[in-house]
Design a protein around this ligand. Structure first.
Ligand code: PXG
Length: 460
């Protein structure tokens, strides 16, 4: 086969099947299902496949295309930067205007005590950077035994060895013999699964206090940091009760441990605030970002570093022995600058908070009435529904029926991207979604739940 497959669906599928190894994919299953759907173009909140099907992108790509697919300014920013300076590094006492300007803008947009930005190429690298930063910080503070980072089960922090270790995905740990030493996990604030019967307030406090128990078990003088996503995304849009994060903050303060907010999904408007930490009123010491910073048009991530940490490492640390070829890539930074300026100048975060999210939350809540929905939850523009066999008892369908993946496939066939995490269906649409498109999303979701229920008929 040549590398110029005929420009047809069949040609692309064949090239894909033979040569293209996909992330997080069971290729045997993919080929049994007839191969990949080939996405050829996209506009606004819709993507189009090579057969001309129009699909409402309920996932904003992979939680990232926050401004939708049609922003010419982002394309122009990349093109102009590529003509001027397509690449230069930020090593060896060099810098370039886009990385400088973006670090300034991010410092301005972030909460008050963040004034340093370390750029990476992705969210995984951002979280690897956080591991380096917290370990370096405690070494320089003369407390090298503060090594352990506490994370949560079912968290997603990326797929590098560090990111996957911080994450709490059993399947990833098993395949790679992770986590690396010095990372431990506590249970997550997932009330639908773990806390039925408790009030949200009680459950939030109970799950937060697992952090305190773990700190006391390990010894506070051995704990470096706690990391969490303000709302767990890939784990199934797990929205913690209001009582959870303030209690986590209290515990981190009490034992002096660093708080890392992984805001790869929640930063830049997803929860109606520039940072999800602000929504929950927490004061992290470190923030990871990626995805929405460029609206996904080019890869970029990074760590926002608070004064508490930066002052120690910069003042006392000499060279920080860490960095990537693409740390602060000029074209990616130029796109991020354009993307964040659009968000700021068009008031997109405010619009999400005041209009889009309230409308979406109300419409999404109506899905709770569906016969196979055990819960419909949302916050800002992330949302989940729990598919169940018995609403009253919150009983799941048998695993072998794969209700979630079945529903996901039905959704795509009916023009909607809605992702399945087990039997939890999740969405995270572009922030620029219009009311009529929210109506379409919810109507399609309802119809696809009907079709799923019908196809599961025998299992009920
Ligand atoms: N942290 C969080 C909170 C994420 O959601 C990462 C870190 C890693 O970012 P990179 O850029 O290295 O992928 C993520 C990424 C899914 C899915 O199936 C989610 C992510 C990535 C791939 C798949 O929902 N999130």
């Amino acid at each position: 086969m040549t590398d110029s497959a005929s420009n047809t669906t069949a040609g692309w599928k064949e090239g894909d099947r033979r040569h293209h190894w996909h992330p997080f994919t069971d290729h045997k299953d993919l080929s049994e299902k007839g191969g990949s759907r080939i996405i050829t173009w996209a506009e606004g909140v819709y993507s189009y496949d090579s057969d001309g099907n129009k699909i409402l992108d309920g996932m904003a790509g992979l939680w990232c295309v926050n401004l939708g697919y049609s922003r010419q300014e982002l394309v122009d920013a990349a093109a102009a930067q590529m003509q001027e300076l397509p690449y230069y590094n930020n090593f060896f006492q060099c810098a370039h205007p886009p990385s400088i300007e973006l670090s300034q803008l991010l410092s301005n947009l972030s909460p008050g005590n963040f004034n340093q930005v370390f750029f990476t190429g992705s969210g995984s690298e951002a979280n690897d950077t956080q591991i380096r930063l917290v370990r370096r910080y405690w070494d320089l503070m003369g407390q090298p035994d503060r090594m352990t980072i506490i994370a949560r089960k079912n968290a997603y922090h990326g797929s590098t060895l560090g990111g996957a270790s911080l994450g709490g995905m059993d399947a990833m740990h098993k395949q790679m013999r992770l986590p690396v030493p010095g990372i431990v996990h506590i249970e997550q604030p997932y009330q639908f699964e773990l806390g039925p019967g408790l009030s949200a307030e009680e459950f939030g406090l109970q799950q937060a206090r697992l952090l305190e128990e773990k700190i006391l078990e390990i010894g506070a003088d051995k704990v470096a940091a706690f990391i969490g996503e303000p709302v767990q995304g890939a784990g199934g849009v797990i929205i913690p009760p209001e009582s959870y994060w303030p209690e986590i903050q209290r515990i981190c303060d009490e034992y002096g441990i660093l708080l890392i907010a992984d805001e790869v999904i929640t930063a830049f408007g997803r929860l109606g605030e520039w940072f999800g930490s602000s929504y929950f009123g927490i004061r992290p010491d470190l923030i990871s970002f990626a995805k929405g910073v460029t609206s996904g048009y080019l890869p970029l991530g990074g760590a926002l570093v608070s004064d508490r940490v930066a002052e120690v490492i910069i003042a006392k640390g000499g060279e920080f022995a860490h960095g990537y070829t693409y740390s602060g890539h000029p074209a990616a930074c130029a796109v991020a600058l354009a993307s964040l300026r659009i968000m700021r100048d068009e008031g997109i975060v405010e619009r999400v908070k005041d209009h889009t999210a309230p409308y979406f939350n109300k419409r999404w809540a109506s899905l709770a009435e569906h016969p196979i929905v055990g819960e419909a939850r949302s916050l800002g523009l992330v949302a989940a529904i729990e598919i169940v066999r018995d609403k009253g008892k919150r009983e799941r369908f048998h695993k072998s029926l794969a209700a979630g993946p079945r529903c996901r496939d039905i959704c795509v066939d009916n023009g909607l991207v809605m992702r399945a995490v087990g039997d939890t269906m999740i969405v995270s649409p572009p922030l620029i979604i219009e009311d009529s498109q929210i109506d379409e999303l919810v109507e399609k979701a309802w119809k696809c739940l009907d079709l799923t229920a019908r196809s599961l008929g025998e299992g009920r």
